[in-house]
Write a protein that binds this ligand. Structure first.
Ligand SMILES: Nc1ncnc2c1ncn2[C@@H]1O[C@H](COP(=O)(O)OP(=O)(O)O)[C@@H](O)[C@H]1O
Ligand SMILES: O=P(O)(O)OC[C@H](O)CO
Length: 508
């Protein structure tokens, strides 16, 4: 926090991601003053399952909040509003009285409820669910995870029907905890990822709840993205009752943080997964090509929709190189390795570790490597893994162009893996599109801060926010058309072969 003169007032953002939690304090100029980050444990109880301990997440949130105050000297009373942003879809069910979760948080990546999704599909529900929720039936979304927990935990269905249990995604859980168990709410953007929310009526969908036998009384109230939901319990916030005044799912918060607020503007975030989101304005544009229609944000009585392509594995493939394959010591080592690779891009890694998301939605696919020769080196393998983030993004962005009929002359990017210059240059090359990387990659947290600050008058309006944004770093495409076409063709072949293998092999 060197170089900052302490202001009178700030906004605190809590960014609860898939692998770590961050608390960040922003000043009135939209600058990050201080940040604290804490990783938490990933549980993999069975192949394809991913779980978190919701209490460990809560403790990580509390400790990062304590750190930013201790390290900056800023007092809790100087925080005028709190913004929350979160890994979406991840599902927690807890006891209303004790506040204790009845099962681990089932993470968005987890496939443990895929049989429930299969059952829904077999019953010809696809069109109905898509029209109501904008989503493709998949274990990714919260609805099948809720059903799974209620089935697995003895007595849970009955307790839910008696009003003893509450459901929430991470946003809901954190507001509940921060307010001392007083407020049970979610927002449009998170609700639109549950597959229980009707994106046209802006309400829980009673027909879907009936099909899944999920009691409505366990669901949170749905709110806009920028309003005061409640105040922090003073015992959690060092004696201060601070308004929680904005929240959004992390991908929608990143869109807002990038100020991609006009129809047709688009961003790509490379975190654990990668998520391309295009603002489509106040029209719910329904995809004809397996993209998701979702809610970008609802503010001041108006709702903006978005098209989204969700890629399950992006930065987590780099974590796998680090922790699983032990080929690198830190994620940032991947850049140097890729630049040192001498091969001509003939190796392809398809990181379908938990199936493939958009535009394939293939839950039986599993990861594969193609094009190995006796001369393939560690560097080539790492480079191919990095390239897979860019190829997957091209799959999604090509689909988005044809769905929206909108040209995409430039792409705004952010997220942890967007630090990697090699990745972004390759992304510009393989898309033939200019890439603009935000100066501060914490766009997600900034978006939540903007939403929190707008509702309490910390910032007057969006025009004021536009004055705060920096220029960013640009990556221009340099690859020849012929090379681009050949490389992408190879990727398509690799994906097809991976999918064929998955459909023939029964992998759990
Ligand atoms: N320099 C880098 N090159 C490639 N990947 C990176 C780099 N730095 C971080 N990552 C990846 O980015 C991800 C973390 O990004 P982040 O936006 O914090 O994710 P999340 O919000 O999903 O927890 C990790 O999966 C990590 O492997
Ligand atoms: O944790 P992230 O940033 O990869 O985001 C996860 C997404 O919200 C899942 O839909």
């Amino acid at each position: 926090m060197e170089g900052f003169v302490l202001d009178e007032s700030y906004i605190l953002s809590i960014d609860e991601g898939t692998t770590s939690t961050r608390s960040i304090i922003f000043n009135h100029s939209g600058e990050k003053v201080i940040e604290s980050q804490k990783e938490f444990r990933q549980y993999f109880p069975q192949p394809g399952w991913v779980e978190h301990d919701a209490n460990e997440i809560w403790n990580a949130v509390l400790s990062t909040i304590a750190n930013v105050f201790i390290e900056s000297g800023i007092k809790p009373a100087q925080i005028k509003g709190i913004g929350i942003t979160n890994q979406r879809e991840t599902t927690i069910i807890w006891d209303k009285k004790t506040g204790l979760p009845i099962y681990h948080a089932v993470v968005w990546q987890s496939r443990q409820s895929s049989e429930i999704a299969d059952w829904l599909r077999e019953d010809n529900n696809e069109e109905k669910f898509h029209n109501k929720t904008g989503l493709t039936i998949d274990a990714y979304f919260s609805a099948t995870k809720v059903r799974w927990i209620l089935d697995q935990v003895p007595g849970a269905q009955e307790r839910a029907e008696n009003g003893e249990l509450l459901f929430g995604t991470i946003d809901t859980w954190l507001v509940w905890k921060l307010t001392g168990g007083k407020v049970h709410v979610t927002d449009y953007s998170n609700a639109s990822r549950t597959m229980m929310f009707n994106i046209h009526d802006l309400a829980w969908d009673k027909e879907i709840l009936k099909i899944l036998n999920i009691p409505e009384k366990m669901l949170p109230q749905i709110k806009s993205n920028s309003e005061i939901y409640g105040k922090t319990a003073d015992y959690h916030f060092y004696g201060s009752q601070v308004p929680i005044s904005g929240m959004a799912g992390d991908q929608q918060a990143a869109l807002f943080g990038q100020l991609a607020l006009d129809p047709g503007t688009i961003k790509n975030t490379y975190g654990t997964g990668a998520f391309t989101v295009m603002n489509t304005g106040q029209t719910a544009k329904m995809s004809e090509n397996s993209l998701l229609t979702t809610i970008a944000y609802g503010i001041n009585g108006k709702v903006n929709y978005a098209l989204e392509g969700s890629i399950y594995v992006a930065g987590s493939a780099i974590q796998w190189l680090r922790d699983g394959m032990e080929l690198i010591q830190s994620a940032s080592d991947s850049e140097k390795a890729a630049l040192n690779s001498k091969n001509i891009d003939e190796v392809y890694v398809v990181p379908a570790f938990t199936g493939l998301g958009a535009p394939y939605w293939d839950s039986s696919a599993r990861g594969a490597v193609f094009g190995l020769t006796r001369g393939t080196t560690r560097n080539d393998f790492i480079k191919a893994t990095l390239q897979s983030l860019a190829y997957q993004s091209r799959d999604v962005i090509d689909t988005m162009k044809s769905d929206s009929d909108i040209e995409i002359p430039k792409l705004k990017v952010d997220g942890g893996a967007a630090k990697n210059n090699y990745l972004l240059q390759f992304q510009a090359d393989i898309l033939n599109t200019k890439i603009i990387r935000a100066d501060d990659l914490e766009t997600t947290a900034l978006g939540a801060a903007f939403l929190a600050g707008l509702s309490i008058g910390f910032w007057k309006d969006v025009d004021e926010l536009k004055q705060l944004k920096n220029k960013g770093t640009e990556f221009e495409p340099k690859m020849s058309n012929t090379k681009r076409d050949v490389l992408y063709e190879g990727w398509k072949k690799a994906v097809n072969a991976t999918r064929q293998f998955g459909s023939k092999t029964k992998v759990n």
